[in-house]
Design a protein around this ligand. Sequence first.
Ligand code: AHM
Ligand code: MG
Length: 334
Amino acid sequence: MHIGTTLTQFIIEEQRHIAGATGEFTALLNDLVTAIKTISNAVNKGALIGVMGALESQNVQGETQKKLDVITNEIMIRHNEWAGHLAGMASEEMDEVYPIPNKYPLGKYLLVFDPLDGSSNVDINISVGTIFSILRAPVANRAASAEDFLQPGVKQVCAGYALYGSSTMLVLTTGHGVNGFTLDREVGEFLLTHPAMKIPEETREFAINASNRRFWEPPVQRYVEECLAGKEGPRGKDFNMRWVASMVAEVHRILTRGGIFMYPRDTKDPAKAGKLRLMYEANPMSFIVEQAGGASSTGYERILDMQPEGLHQRVPVILGSKKEVEVVVGYHAA
Ligand code: AHM
Ligand code: MG
């Protein structure tokens, strides 16, 4: 019988190669995995446990919150606040930094997350996910301020996402490549099923919400027009298009078979630089994509190099197969 590598075993073995590793990071990841299993269970049971639908409330970005946005945020907090590994948490669903309650010890890491990405898909039973990013606190064992979180994406210690799809998967990087694990529900463990994930450099598949077309900037207009022109156009090949409206599902597809994903800057609301948030969507996904051999840019600069200005800052996102991202970035420079 084949006995697979569990996520815990994989992380412990990876940490053994890091001089000075104390096991604290492994313990933090363990709590995070428990939260993700709990969220997977809630998302999977859905209407059976009365978690579908919207609330009256809005989050800090003025978006209507789904019941599951609030429930999953709570799950992330409860599983990660008690163990003493964190100096603070921040999330899409909370205006300010979540301080670790006084009754618990403080630690040396910061956790930033989107507890339920793509939550507009929840009521229609389409894949959603959780995205997270782990940073080192500038000062260990001290309650973190919002400024402490504002570190460029290159500083991430770990980034990952859980995809609640036809199976639940956890994909993560600690800066040494990207590995994917599938949840075995009977055993209750994530098992390594997708070692060393690599994004093919070239692609014929793009993902963008075309209903925003009239608001895009000229370089994106040009790129998409050329894709649509197919074999007869300047790219000389036919393209396929997908849009799930769940970034996690979109990135997972790209990690599996290549592609390019764009939520570019547009002129719909000049106050917003894009739709997606830097700290808990763009940065963790960019870290994963780059570690899998892909590229990630705003069109004008590498996302991981950006100095964040706010916890909920929005950025344009263009990521995926390296050569294709380079084409779009080239059009921005032209
Ligand atoms: P959310 O975090 O509120 O769910 O929003 C992020 C999601 C992404 O998963 C997805 O790529 C995008 O919003 C879809 O936006 P749109 O509905 O404009 O196509
Ligand atoms: Mg989101």
